[in-house]
Design a protein around this ligand. Structure first.
Ligand code: P6P
Length: 337
């Protein structure tokens, strides 16, 4: 029987890969693991909320029941604040980035971006949701507070990224640029244990993941590619939680698409804390992630914290095929003489 390797042990062991590591990154990853355990406990009770009270009201213990995504947001911020391992946070739930007081953050050299609970609309129907995170080295002068520029970095600048999926089991998947590893929470010991070592995405898969309901709103080249997937008898799986759809594709192969629509001409998903961290993980596992203008997601320079992006992410052969369809069928832009 293989020896249990906990997330903490693994992170500390891997720290040796970074000769100049000061332990801050190790501390950050462990903090995220702690926050994930706390969020997991509440997500698992979510179905009981209707018994315990609904968001905004007081439950039986007199605590105000929080919407789970706000609860997740608060726990992640608290855990990162308490450890003082980062100097700033950008969250989907907060319009502006959050400065960590210098005293508490010991002038840390890292900032963290996250979507605290992606797909939270699925909570009420007991469908899996997840936390997505990315860690950058700050670019601003470490003598002062973090700056917006610390967050508006390309995905190629990520130091670490990953996600936690709260599903039939709770799994934390992350990379620090040296491969991708997955850890499953063992509730009996309260530890994330190494369960998926050195994850590699299949070259191609039998799934495609897109909201078919928008088919008629997609550009013609995207419709042609989706028709191609259907012609190949690929299986359509769409959970409505990006982290869950991408998690399946990471393990079984396939492609996830969120193209531009009339409602979301730039795409719906957020570049900073949804597309970039998942693109980093998928690329580290051998996959690809591009937008519908065929630009590599990780190469896109963010202009604002909450900017949206189109995305095609998954098995390399399938992303290449989608790219070929877009190149072949996209309508040439009218000549602007
Ligand atoms: P639609 C969840 O709200 C989310 O941000 C992603 O997790 C998910 O992939 C997408 O939106 C679903 O959007 O428009 O298909 O409901």
């Amino acid at each position: 029987m293989n020896r249990i390797v906990t997330l903490d042990e693994f992170i500390i062991h891997r720290q040796k890969d970074f000769p100049f590591a000061s332990g801050e990154l190790t501390g950050l990853l462990r903090d995220i693991g702690v926050a994930a355990k706390i969020v997991n406990r509440e997500v698992n009770k979510a179905g009981l909320i209707n018994i315990l009270g609904v968001a905004g009201e007081e439950n039986s213990t007199g605590d105000t029941v929080q919407k789970l995504d706000l609860f997740a947001n608060d726990k992640l911020i608290d855990c990162l604040k308490n450890s003082g391992e980062c100097c700033g946070i950008a969250s989907e739930e907060n319009e502006h980035y959050i400065e960590m007081p210098a005293l508490e953050s010991k002038n840390s050299k890292y900032v963290v971006v996250f979507d605290p609970l992606d797909g939270s609309s699925n909570i009420d129907v007991n469908v899996s949701v997840g936390t997505i995170f990315g860690i950058y080295r700050r670019k601003s002068d470490s003598s002062g507070p973090c700056q917006l520029e610390d967050f508006l970095q390309k995905g190629t600048e990520l130091v670490a990224a990953g996600y936690v999926i709260y599903g039939t089991s709770t799994i934390l998947v992350y990379t620090t640029g040296r491969g991708v590893n997955g850890f499953t929470l063992d509730p009996s010991i309260g530890e994330f244990c190494l369960s998926h070592k050195d994850i590699k995405i299949p070259e191609r898969g039998s799934y495609y993941s897109v909201n078919q309901g928008y088919y008629l709103k997609f550009d013609v080249e995207m419709r042609r590619y989706i028709d191609h997937c259907s012609d190949l008898n690929l299986r359509l799986r769409y959970i409505g939680s990006m982290v869950s759809d991408v998690h399946r594709i990471l393990f079984q192969g396939g492609i996830f698409l969120y193209p531009n629509t009339r409602k979301y001409p730039q795409g719906k998903l957020r570049l900073l804390y949804e597309c970039n961290p998942l693109a980093y993980v998928v690329e580290q596992a051998g996959g690809k992630a591009i937008n519908c203008q065929l630009n590599r997601i990780l190469d896109i320079k963010p202009k604002t914290l909450h900017e949206r992006q189109t995305i095609a992410i998954g098995s390399p052969a399938m992303v290449d095929e989608m790219k070929a369809f877009v190149e072949r069928y996209s309508m040439p832009m009218p000549f602007e003489g």
